[in-house]
Design a protein around this ligand. Structure first.
Ligand code: PEP
Length: 255
């Protein structure tokens, strides 16, 4: 099972800032053989530049979104084929900010995932409950429904190529983070859903945790048996913090 530390830059940086951030990452991200994959997801205008800057290094590039269609009259949108053509390896889909501010549903996300897989891009599928759902003890059902809605039509060979990020909405950008027990319980729940598609799927699909992950709380969460790294927002914009999260993930030994 691979471990991934992925940084979501959201709508931050500009051309020179993103270039400088990658240069800084090249200085501080540990080198050498590692079981941890490193991914950064810059805003669209800087994606090709960052792909160029990271070519041949251990840093892989992700897009933050894409359109479900192959091509067409969709002003302002970006297709999976375009992402593949500039060397993107991953694409985030279903992020709670896309759900909340752009009305994205799991049905739409399911289509995006199909298109991405067709173009050889690995979807990082984000799911997670909001605070009301957590407080009313519906979080396991909510995440199960999200997974069925977005991944339910995939056969097991396709599912093996997906990465899942569990991101409790109440923990994103809030400074609140799930406890290690909360994270592990949900990751085990997701893993058991994956197991219904076979042991290979359950043993292959990395499940990342996301939500205010920082160097001071990451060790406890990354050490959970069903946590395979993190999707990082705020701390991914600070090269030293991001590098420290990678080092923490590298130190974790899963049984
Ligand atoms: C995210 O947006 O995916 C995220 C996890 O953000 P933050 O780490 O800032 O909570």
């Amino acid at each position: 099972m691979r471990t991934i530390v992925a940084g979501n830059w959201k709508m931050h940086t500009d051309a020179s800032g993103s270039r400088a951030l990658v240069e800084h990452l090249h200085e501080v991200v540990p080198r050498g053989a590692s079981n941890v994959e490193v991914v950064v997801a810059p805003p669209f205008p800087f994606l090709a530049q960052v792909a160029e800057q990271t070519r041949g290094t251990r840093i892989k590039v992700a897009a933050q979104n894409c359109h479900a269609a192959e091509q067409g009259a969709f002003t302002g949108e970006v297709s999976a084929g375009m992402l593949a053509s500039i060397g993107a390896t991953y694409c985030l889909v279903g992020h709670s900010e896309r759900r909340q501010y752009f009305g994205e549903t799991d049905a739409l996300v399911a289509k995006k995932i199909m298109t991405l897989l067709k173009h050889g891009i690995i979807p990082i599928y984000c799911c997670g409950e909001n605070l009301t759902e957590r407080e009313s003890d519906r979080h396991f059902d909510v995440v199960a429904d999200q997974m069925k809605g977005a991944l339910g039509e995939l056969d097991s060979v396709s599912l093996e190529r997906v990465v899942i990020a569990y991101e409790p909405v109440w923990a994103i950008g809030t400074g609140l983070t799930a406890s290690a027990a909360q994270a592990q319980d949900m990751h085990a729940h997701i893993r058991s859903m994956l197991r219904t598609h076979g042991d290979v799927v359950a043993a292959t699909v990395p499940i990342l945790y996301g939500g205010s992950c920082k160097p001071d709380n990451a060790a406890a969460i990354f050490s959970c048996p069903d946590v395979n790294g993190g999707l990082i927002g705020g701390a991914a914009l600070v090269a030293e913090q991001f590098a420290e999260l990678i080092r923490i993930a590298e130190r974790v030994k899963h049984p």
